[in-house]
Design a protein around this ligand. Sequence first.
Ligand code: ADP
Ligand code: MG
Length: 317
Amino acid sequence: MQDHAIEIEKLRKTYGGTKRTPAHEALKGVDLAIPAGSIFGLLGPNGAGKSTMINIMAGLVRKTSGRVRIWGFDQDVNPRQSRAAIGVMPQELNMDPFFTPRAALEVQAGLYGVPASQRRTDEILELIGLSDKADAYARSLSGGMKRRLLLGKALVHHPQILVLDEPTAGVDIELRQMLWQNVRKLNERGMTIILTTHYLEEAEQMCDEIAIINRGEVVVRDKTSALVDRMDGKTLLITPEGPAPAQIALPEGVTLERRAGGTLAFTYKRRETPANAVLDAVRAAGITIRDVATEEAHLEDVFVALTTSRPTPVEAA
Ligand code: ADP
Ligand code: MG
């Protein structure tokens, strides 16, 4: 068993750079290792470089430089094996309207050189809930069915790694739940899942680990539980009457930052420290409180803070 499903080192991708199209650096030297067996989330705003990264992993886009190993196979050394280890459900619906789901799966299996005896077309149709539409033309399928078919196509060659690029963007709740059930089922059977999404709540529920990517760089990479922990942070802003003393005894787990204008910013975890404990410490230090305000962190805030180029200026009280 592999430790890492994917290992990426110093990965760069520059698009354009010709006379007609100016160069655009979509990936600026990304290092990322994705553990085998996990459900891994790649988060980031539009244009961050998520699809570029995924398409490079899948061998659909040519990297500018860097090293990519898929299931231990270096893409440049063993292109065939590295491609065989990964299946991608693309962001865009691209399918031939004249194929039936069964034909689309068979053709895809053929493209990957899966011999007829090893094809599991019926099993895949069953998994994606299209058994009864197996012989209908793709153009007669609903949007949701087409998406499920894309998932099926990603599975025909039994890859160890399944990549889903924005699988639930613009899909209804029912389909979303079906997709996630499928994903969990496949993961339980040992498949490594990599997905991009901009639904933070979804990432929180589904992913063991998360990397946030912005402007072609990984800005944070952590276990989802650790990220959620960070988000549990709350800041109590206290403006004292007059200057605050140099020494303030803080309860455990509370940190103090002295901000412009004399405001004291106490940061703590809601789950661990009640606000009252902070207020008691402030009073015990002999501080008279002129004003109190709070700042609360949400996944949204962490995301925004990490993906905007400038830090939000701190308001002086
Ligand atoms: P994401 O999937 O995170 O939204 P993409 O990887 O699609 O981001 O795009 C990253 C950047 O690269 C964007 O600025 C995008 O405009 C640019 N880009 C993506 N594909 C191409 C392409 N084929 N040619 C030129 N620029 C591209
Ligand atoms: Mg994308």
